[in-house]
Design a protein around this ligand. Structure first.
Ligand SMILES: Nc1ncnc2c1ncn2[C@@H]1O[C@H](COP(=O)(O)OP(=O)(O)O)[C@@H](O)[C@H]1O
Ligand SMILES: [Mg+2]
Length: 354
C-alpha cells in the first residue's frame, strides 16, 4: 500500500508558518502534483513526506503506518521511498550500472538478481545502451533518467520528484513528461511531483494541488483546475487568462470600461470576468464586447492577438489560419465562448501579461 495520508500537517520555521494546515490523501498508484510559485512550500511538503523534515504538527501515514506523528518519526531510509531532485544527484565516479545498482547492494539483493533488475529498469528509462557510460559522458536528460532508474530499482512504490526537469532544455522537458508518466504506469508507483510549471502538472497528473504561500488553493483534476479554477489566483497561475473588472447586477455586468455584457448568474456587486484567450473569437459583427485589434502575431499554429477593449488590452488566441482576417487597427467584436465570473476580492491580481 503506497497511499499517503496527511492530517492537519503544518510546518513552521521559527515563528514563520510556511505550510498552513494540510489534510489530504494521495491514493495508491495516483500521480499527484504540488504546483505553485517559488517559495510557496512545495519542497517543504515533499521533504516532510520523505522524512527529511519533521512537521510542526499533524500526522503523516504511508499506507496504514504512521511515519510521522507526535510520538513517531520514521527516518527517510525506512520509509520505502524513491526520490529524484532538480540537480543531477548521480555519483560522478560510478558508471550508469553502478549508480543504479547501489540501492540493491544496500538491500543485500543477490548479484544475479541485481543485474536483472538494473537492466530491466534501465530499459524502461531508455538507457540500455549506456550501461557502462560515466555520468560526465551523459546529457542532463540522461543523468535524470539514471536518477529515476535508481529511485525505481529498489522496488519503492512511492516516488517523490522535486522539479526533476527544471534543468533541462524546453524540448527535452516536454518529452520527459511523457516518459515519466509511462514509467509511473509501468511500475504502478504512487508519485508526488513538485513543479512550478503548470504545463508539466497538466500533462502528467491525475490530480493537481495548487499552493500559494503555504495555503492550498484547489485540489482537482487538470481539467477541472483549468476549466473551473477555484479563484483568481488559480485562474491566473494555470494557463493564460484575461481579467475584466465590473459590477454584476440582475441580468448584466457593467464593465469598468463602460460596456455591458449579459449575465444570468447570481453574483452581485464588484466582480472580475475571467476569460481565456482561446475562448474568445474575433468577429466583424455581433458578439459580447466591442474592441480594436491592436496587434496580431502569426506563430504558425496560433494567431496571437491583442484587442483593446476600452483601454484594457485583452489577449485573444485563434488558430494560425485566422491570421490576416482582420487588419490591425480594425474594429472587432469579441465573442466569449466560455468565461468565469469571480467575486472581486480586491486583491491586485495581475491580468494577463502581454
Ligand atoms: N530550513 C529552512 N529554514 C527557514 N525557512 C525555510 C527553510 N526551508 C524553507 N524555508 C522557507 O519556507 C518557504 C517555502 O520554501 P520551499 O518549500 O522551498 O518552497 P518551494 O519549494 O515551493 O519553492 C520559503 O519561504 C522558504 O524560504
Ligand atoms: Mg522547491
Amino acid at each position: 500500500m503506497s497511499s499517503i495520508t496527511l492530517t492537519d500537517v503544518t510546518k513552521s520555521y521559527g515563528n514563520v508558518q510556511v505550510i498552513q494546515s494540510f489534510t489530504g490523501t494521495f491514493a495508491d498508484g495516483e500521480f499527484v502534483t504540488l504546483l505553485g510559485p517559488s517559495g510557496c512550500g512545495k519542497t517543504t511538503m515533499l521533504r516532510m513526506i520523505a522524512g527529511f523534515e519533521k512537521p510542526t504538527t499533524g500526522e503523516i501515514k504511508i499506507g496504514d503506518s504512521v511515519v510521522s506523528g507526535p510520538n513517531t518519526f520514521v527516518p527517510p531510509n525506512e520509509r520505502g521511498i524513491g526520490m529524484v531532485f532538480q540537480s543531477y544527484a548521480v555519483w560522478p565516479h560510478m558508471d550508469v550500472f553502478d549508480n543504479v545498482v547501489y540501492p540493491l547492494k544496500i538491500q543485500g539483493v543477490k548479484r544475479s538478481e541485481r543485474k536483472k533488475r538494473v537492466l530491466e529498469v534501465l530499459e524502461a528509462v531508455h538507457l540500455s545502451q549506456y550501461v557502462k557510460r560515466m555520468p560526465s559522458e551523459l546529457s542532463g536528460g540522461q543523468q535524470q533518467r539514471v536518477a529515476l532508474a535508481r529511485a525505481l530499482v529498489g522496488g519503492s512504490k512511492l516516488l517523490l520528484l522535486d522539479e526533476p526537469l527544471s534543468n533541462l532544455d524546453a524540448k527535452l522537458r516536454e518529452t520527459m513528461r511523457f516518459e515519466i508518466k509511462n514509467v509511473q504506469k509501468q511500475f504502478g508507483v504512487t508519485v508526488v511531483y513538485v513543479t512550478h510549471d503548470q504545463g508539466e502538472a497538466m500533462a502528467m497528473s491525475d490530480r493537481v494541488i495548487v499552493f500559494n504561500k503555504g495555503v492550498v488553493q484547489q485540489i482537482d483534476s487538470p481539467m477541472e483546475i483549468y476549466r473551473h479554477p477555484a479563484n483568481q489566483f488559480v485562474a491566473d497561475f494555470v494557463g493564460k487568462i484575461n481579467f475584466l473588472h465590473g459590477v454584476a447586477n440582475e441580468g448584466s455586468i457593467e464593465l469598468a470600461g463602460g460596456q455591458r455584457m449579459a449575465y444570468s448568474g447570481d453574483r452581485r456587486g464588484p466582480v472580475v470576468v475571467a476569460v481565456r484567450p482561446e475562448n474568445m473569437a474575433m468577429r466583424s459583427d455581433g458578439g459580447t464586447l466591442r474592441g480594436t485589434l491592436t496587434h496580431a502575431y502569426y506563430l504558425g499554429d496560433t494567431n496571437d492577438c491583442r484587442v483593446d477593449v476600452d483601454g484594457t488590452s485583452l489577449r485573444v488566441i485563434g488558430a494560425g489560419n485566422t491570421f490576416g482576417q482582420f487588419a490591425t487597427g480594425a474594429p472587432v467584436w469579441l465573442d466569449f465562448d466560455e468565461y468565469l465570473v469571480f467575486e472581486d476580492d480586491g486583491q491586485d491580481q495581475t491580468a494577463i501579461r502581454t
